[in-house]
Design a protein around this ligand. Structure first.
Ligand SMILES: NC(=O)c1ccc[n+]([C@@H]2O[C@H](COP(=O)([O-])OP(=O)(O)OC[C@H]3O[C@@H](n4cnc5c(N)ncnc54)[C@H](O)[C@@H]3O)[C@@H](O)[C@H]2O)c1
Ligand SMILES: CC(C)[C@H](C(=O)O)[C@@H](O)C(=O)O
Ligand SMILES: [Mg+2]
Length: 365
């Protein structure tokens, strides 16, 4: 029995469409397991800029600081994507909240539900059995390094890839700790043949590795890792990498799980965690009720487990997703050619099916 306060940041595009179902899943979990969860919706991204002029209003940040956990949808709008000159941008809200809350560890599990092995464009025999846990550094690297500016009358643009040993050490320790509970292999991905920040990364990861003699450490360059991930995903257990490499590699890795609409994540660190699908606001499908809500629903499973220590509740969510997929139900992004039309669901229908399974599974216990 627990009282928890959860802030919901729907954001933009499909964000609010999928967090609505994350919210409903959490509401039902609370009812079934006898917890009291309260929910507070706040603005971030384009929606917040429209309402207040700011991508992360103080009211939102204050509410998040008070919360026990945060569920986030996505930010972003074509208005900014198509106009690089805009100074105030939705993504600044997301970066600021991650930085302000000290969320330096972004955990992105790549797990395939067996039923989806054929939904991917990669051959199923290559995929089957893949289980990768990404640790993406989230508050450093080229996303945050200074200077970042225009020079020479705007003719030159500068971003800075900066890492300190402290930043590398703390994320590497998280990765090695996780590896100790798994297959005990860590791949550290960098570009140490070119970048000084990557040489510091490699040196620091080597130092951390000394405390984990049972764990096999493999250094891999980002270009090779991008190829190996598709060639032989089963070789990977835990992967630790910097902010931008982790962003790109995990979108690539979503094809192992079948779709970007399947990948959940946890952004954790010094304080309250944010739980968020790895996908964006998907303007191409926003407002059509066809987005896959499962990445967000699976993010609630991470929230329950990591922030609330509610393993049974978390498992109830994952089992419900598994059951719905086993029954053959699909959203468009994970449908196959042979999926019957009546099994292809809208966002709302998929959300309802998962919630129904959670209720049903617990009532038969
Ligand atoms: N964490 C975030 O908030 C986040 C992440 C990535 C991109 N973005 C922003 O989102 C906007 C669009 O970016 P993008 O198009 O490069 O990436 P995206 O992740 O929004 O979409 C990429 C492709 O995947 C599909 N897709 C994504 N999520 C899906 C889901 N749940 N179900 C079904 N299909 C799904 C989209 O329809 C699109 O074809 C940009 O403004 C970008 O900055 C935000
Ligand atoms: C929207 C953007 C700032 C964000 C990132 O690059 O971290 C997104 O791509 C993600 O993966 O969460
Ligand atoms: Mg991304």
């Amino acid at each position: 029995m627990a009282n928890k306060n959860i802030v919901i940041l729907g954001g933009d595009g499909i964000g609010p469409e999928v967090t609505a179902w994350g919210n409903d899943v959490l509401k039902n979990i609370a009812e079934i397991f006898g917890h009291t969860f309260s929910f507070q919706n706040e603005l971030i991204g384009h929606a917040a800029i429209e309402a207040t002029g700011e991508p992360l209003p103080d009211k939102t940040l204050d509410a998040c600081k008070q919360a026990d956990a945060i569920l986030l949808g996505a930010v972003g709008h074509p208005m900014y994507d198509n106009d690089p000159s805009k100074q105030v941008r939705p993504e600044q809200g997301l970066l600021k909240i991650r930085k302000s809350l000290g969320l330096y560890t972004n955990i992105r599990p790549i797990k395939i539900f067996d039923e989806l092995a054929h939904a991917s464009s990669i051959k199923s025999e290559i995929l089957k059995g893949s289980d990768i846990l990404f640790f993406r550094e989230l508050t450093g690297g080229i996303y945050f390094g200074e200077p970042r500016e225009r020079q020479e009358n705007g003719e030159v643009a500068i971003d800075t890839m900066r890492y300190s040993k402290m930043e590398v050490r703390r994320i590497a320790e998280k990765a090695f700790e996780a590896a100790m509970t798994r297959r005990k292999i860590v791949h550290s991905v960098d570009k140490a043949n070119v970048l000084e920040s990557s040489r510091l990364w490699r040196e620091t990861v080597n130092e951390v590795a000394k405390n984990y003699p049972e764990v096999e450490l493999v250094h891999m360059f980002i270009d090779n890792a991008s190829m190996q991930l598709i060639k032989d995903p089963k070789q990977f257990d835990v992967v630790v990498t910097g902010n931008m490499f982790g962003d790109i590699l995990t979108d690539e890795a979503s094809q192992i799980a079948g779709s970007l609409g399947m990948l959940a994540s946890a952004s954790v660190g010094d304080s309250v965690g944010i739980f968020e699908p790895i996908h964006g606001s998907a303007p191409d499908i926003a407002g059509q009720n066809i987005a896959n809500p499962l990445a967000t629903i699976l993010s609630t499973a991470l929230l329950l487990d990591i922030s609330f220590g509610m393993q049974e509740e978390s498992k109830a969510v994952i089992d419900a997703v598994d059951a719905v997929l086993k029954e053959g139900y699909r959203t468009t992004d994970i449908a196959e050619q042979q999926t019957p039309k009546d099994k292809i669901l809208s966002t709302d229908e998929m959300g309802k099916r998962v919630v129904a399974h959670i209720k049903q599974a617990v009532s038969v216990q």
